[in-house]
Design a protein around this ligand. Structure first.
Ligand code: GLP
Length: 266
């Protein structure tokens, strides 16, 4: 796993955006995987800037969100459909017909996951998956003890996750209890995975993900099995890493062509 430690969350977002944009260069119809949450917002803002400047064109790209709450109307401002529409589809000027979010209101919820997997496959698979991590180590909504080879399916949210997400709702009662989420096996299928995290409340999860054992108790640790996973964190989120000096040493010595940043992704 490649680990990049940045001074600030903004720099982490810029570097992550450059990595994402780099994966789109030369592809007629790149397929992007999107996460919700606060962490990737800096990535989306930077990508939107490049789109507005005409440096990046995502009008032919496909997009797949990681997850959705079960039972929440699309129109609810905190449905992940609405969040992706607001923070990704519109600012990145993507074709809304090509941006998909799991259907948390599907009549046949038991099959909605398999249907979503079929759509991802039909688009050719995800080229670059953007990820954040929950304070309990979840990615997507794969809560601790999720199968490491799980596919898109219904999951029950932990109380910890519901409390973390309460800030988007008026009360805890309004936070849904279930979700449809891509599985860890689905996420592993992406060609490239880029995870961003910031703040000291993520430090434990980040350390467990990168340096702990690969285990279902920290779902993010499954990325240790991914061939091209990059984790980009700020100093606070890196504060519990044992090998931070080594990660800095590696990054400082990267040849320029491998040090993809806002200045050289194109
Ligand atoms: C939610 C999402 C995850 C996201 C996590 C962390 O639970 N399902 O995809 O990574 O929140 O969110 P934040 O980046 O706001 O801390």
């Amino acid at each position: 796993m490649e680990v990049i430690i940045c001074d600030t969350a903004e720099t982490a977002g810029e570097i992550a955006a450059a990595r994402v944009a780099r994966e789109c260069v030369g592809k007629a119809e790149p397929v992007l995987g999107f996460a919700t949450g606060s962490s990737p917002l800096a990535i989306y803002a930077q990508l939107a800037e490049w789109v507005a400047e005409g440096k990046l064109d995502l009008s032919q790209a496909h997009g797949f969100a990681l997850d959705e709450y079960v039972g929440m109307p699309k129109e609810h401002p905190e449905s992940y459909w609405a969040v992706i529409d607001r923070t990704v589809t519109k600012p990145l000027r993507m074709n809304p017909d090509r941006v998909h979010v799991p259907d948390g209101r599907a009549e046949d919820l038991a099959n909605a996951g398999a249907e979503y997997e079929r759509k991802i496959k039909a688009a050719g698979g995800v080229d670059v998956q953007i990820l954040g991590i929950g304070s309990n180590g979840h990615i997507g909504f794969n809560e601790p003890t999720s199968s490491l080879s799980s596919r898109t399916r219904i999951k029950t949210l932990t109380e910890r996750t519901r409390l973390d997400n309460q800030r988007f709702f008026d009360s805890l009662d309004e936070v849904p209890t279930h979700c449809l989420t891509q599985g860890l096996g689905t996420i592993l299928d992406a060609e490239v995975a880029i995870l961003v995290a910031s703040g000291d409340h993520k430090a434990r999860a980040v350390a467990d993900m990168i340096e702990g054992p690969v285990c279902a108790v920290c779902p993010g640790s499954v990325l240790q099995l991914h061939e091209h996973a990059t984790v980009i964190v700020d100093e606070a989120a890196a504060s519990e890493l044992r090998f931070s000096e080594y990660y800095r040493h590696v990054y400082d010595r990267l040849p320029d062509w491998q040090r993809i940043g806002p200045a050289n992704w194109d």
